[in-house]
Design a protein around this ligand. Structure first.
Ligand code: NAD
Length: 348
């Protein structure tokens, strides 16, 4: 099995690449532009693996991508490359439109041209997995879950750009027959998460005794999934998903943001008592513009049709995650010192 993973030096992409290379034993080509969010240190565990290679390239550069695909001859393309941080999309949307919309278009076109050149048997086996988010569905009220039939209603420049690329991917299936599957996943967390996102930011600020910023009243609800559970789901969807179909991925772990922050404080009180009680560091800040109230995923299709289950509960996953950050400062210290020190992003 030969697999191209775009965005494989990012948070979810690197978890997927580590899983495909070490556990599945696939031949993997990681393609990544190495933006601020891309980090080859996240692939250190497999840097000497004979079944992995890396190409630094921009998915918007159709010629380079076409050459990479034609020479690697993949059985699958798993597309994760994206600009992924909502707050950054509020400050400036251009990179989101370029990479998420135009880059996905360029990749679909390169994949289509390659797929058309394949003999019939390989053509039937080929899959293009477009990896997306539950944020395309917009916001839920207090009840209900997102299903694959929920209409798209994105709120942020990020989620609108992902919605656009989801529509392109499905259209490339309906119009050209390209065997595309789309996955829409809830919020991920776990090791190697760039420390601009809520969970790693709170862990590292708590470690330093710095204020723990909570947007608005902290009541916004997210459905949290441990990143390695997502990686297994992606492999399953790319292997056994029906072309033209969408699959929601979520761990049935809804939590209010304030409860996520309190749980991290509780773990930090146990593991690093120097700033105990860490809850005293919680600091409510101006809300994010267009902040969706609640996301929650119905993953029944993935569970029933493909037999996937999340292995981690939020409690087991968050404990592992906090421990990982405490034990792996070699990974995050250069990012905090040189790229992003924790300042507020995405205010108007
Ligand atoms: P990330 O920001 O950690 O990683 C994105 C990677 O893409 C980086 O390595 C970056 O260098 C690379 N990249 C960006 N622009 C590129 C370009 N033009 N060409 C090539 N590479 C480029 O993001 P993530 O959290 O790992 O998310 C991966 C995918 O999963 C994204 O498509 C995102 O929309 C989706 N997703 C994320 C979450 C989440 O909670 N993080 C949830 C659901 C879906």
């Amino acid at each position: 099995m030969r697999i191209i993973v775009t965005g494989g030096a990012g948070f979810i992409g690197s978890a997927l690449v580590r899983y495909l290379v070490s556990d599945v034993g696939a031949e993997v080509l990681t393609i990544d532009k190495l933006t601020y969010a891309g980090n080859l240190q996240s692939l250190r565990a497999i840097e000497n693996a004979a079944n992995h290679r890396f190409l630094k390239a921009d998915i918007c550069d159709r010629q380079s991508i076409k050459e990479a695909i034609d020479s690697f001859q993949p059985d699958r393309i798993m597309h994760l490359a994206a600009e992924s941080h909502v707050d950054r999309s509020i400050t400036g949307a251009a990179d989101f439109i370029n990479t998420n919309v135009l880059g996905s278009f360029a990749l679909l076109e390169a994949a289509r041209s390659y797929w058309n050149s394949l003999p019939t048997a390989r053509k039937q086996e080929f899959r293009f997995l477009h990896v997306s988010t539950d944020e395309v569905y917009g916001s839920l009220g207090e009840t209900g879950l997102f299903t694959e039939e929920t209409p798209y209603d994105p709120s942020s420049p990020y989620s609108a750009s992902k919605a656009a690329s989801d529509h392109l991917a499905i259209a490339w299936h309906r119009t050209y027959g390209l065997p595309v599957v789309v996955s829409n996943c809830s919020n991920n967390y776990g090791p190697y998460h760039f420390p601009e996102k809520l969970i790693p930011l709170i862990i590292l600020n708590a470690l330093d005794g710095k204020p723990l910023p909570v947007y608005g009243n902290g009541e916004n609800v997210r459905d949290w999934l441990y990143v390695d559970d997502h990686a297994r789901a992606l492999h399953l969807i790319a292997s056994r998903g029906q072309p033209g179909q969408k699959y929601n991925v979520g761990g049935r772990n809804e939590r209010r943001n304030i409860d996520v922050v309190r749980e991290i404080c509780r773990l930090m009180d146990d593991y690093r008592p120097s700033h105990t009680p860490h809850e005293k560091l919680i600091h409510y800040v101006t809300d994010r513009p267009g902040h969706d109230a609640r996301y929650a995923i119905d993953a029944t299709r993935l569970e029933d049709e493909l037999g996937w289950r999340a292995h981690e509960t939020f409690e087991t996953g968050i404990a592992k995650t906090v421990r990982w950050y405490l034990d792996n400062n070699w990974w995050w210290e250069p990012l905090r010192s040189n790229i992003y020190a924790g300042q507020r992003l995405g205010t108007l």
